[in-house]
Design a protein around this ligand. Structure first.
Ligand code: KMH
Ligand code: ZN
Length: 281
């Protein structure tokens, strides 16, 4: 089965001080995404920054970046609704009104490094329902076994479709499960049948756990959101080396890389809605 490759060029935490090649402004993000598309990425997971490089859910910045990407390539856009730890949920959830093909849904609140990632149950349920209305497929980010149970409860309550559910097993965030093979296997064993999943391994375990995920039949995510270094002591000189490494891992394990069209079929993405209230002319 082909492997879906997602590029995550810019996360919520790292800055250009951590890695000067981190793309933060719309043109920089669009260029990084286009390069990743040419290397095989079918999905772009996006966070945005304001002019001061702080995480933002500003709809103008989001729309400009999405337009710049669409001008360059047909990669499938997945907006982060996690955005950044200090951005209010009401601003984060408004991003789905831009009707990306996918968006993250973080099911639970948690400690996140030295901060707090606030995802109150009522807000999460409202966002899940809105995504369903708009035909925006959720990418369910689970950082612990209880987060998986929360998603399954939302499915049972009719807030999430199981056609198929799409999970990201996030390992290595301080406050979530540690990045260990054992924890990955625990989560994979508990996933519902026929779901789609990928590993998001943060930091130094990124490579071995990504390889393990591919070997177990999962999809792949690569980029500076998850790993700033290629290996100990060697900063990645951009997103591209990480994306190319993920491609090599998949190929070495005889998993072809899915095209955009194949990815739409694998994820059974709802058809895009042609217009939205924020469309640029
Ligand atoms: N960097 C991830 C571990 C989201 O995109 O919705 C957390 C995150 C969530 O950024
Ligand atoms: Zn993210």
């Amino acid at each position: 089965m082909s492997v879906v490759l997602t590029v995550a060029p810019t996360g919520p935490i790292a800055t250009k001080a951590d890695n000067p090649t981190l793309p933060t402004q719309p043109h920089e993000i669009a260029e990084a995404v286009h390069d990743a598309y040419r290397a095989g990425a079918a999905v772009a997971h996006l966070h945005f920054r304001d002019a001061g490089d702080r995480p933002t859910a500003d709809l103008e910045i989001a729309l400009l970046t999405m337009d710049l990407i669409r001008d360059r390539c047909p990669i499938l856009i997945q907006l982060s609704t996690g955005v950044g730890l200090d951005v209010p949920f009401s601003e984060r959830e408004a991003l789905v009104e831009l009707r990306p093909r996918m968006a993250t849904l973080n099911p639970c609140s948690m400690s996140f490094g030295t901060g707090e990632f606030r995802n109150p149950p009522k807000d999460v349920a409202r966002l899940a329902a809105r995504m369903r209305e708009l035909g925006v497929k959720p990418e369910l980010e689970i950082y612990d076994t209880g987060h998986l149970e929360a998603c399954l409860r939302m499915r049972d309550a009719g807030l999430l479709d199981d056609e198929p559910m799409q999970f990201s097993i996030v390992l290595g965030v301080r406050g979530g499960m540690a990045a260990s093979p054992d924890n990955l296997l625990t989560l994979v064993r508990r996933l519902p049948p026929d779901c789609i999943w990928q590993v998001i391994a943060i930091g130094s375990s990124n490579l071995p756990l990504t390889a393990m995920g591919v070997a177990l039949g999962g999809n792949v995510r690569a980029g500076l959101e998850d790993a700033l270094y290629l290996r100990k002591g060697e900063l990645s000189s951009g997103n591209q080396p990480l994306v190319e490494r993920a491609v090599r891992v998949a190929r070495a394990l005889d998993r072809p890389i899915a095209s955009v069209e194949e990815t739409e079929a694998i994820l059974r993405l709802p058809k895009p809605l042609s217009t939205n209230a924020y469309s640029s002319p």
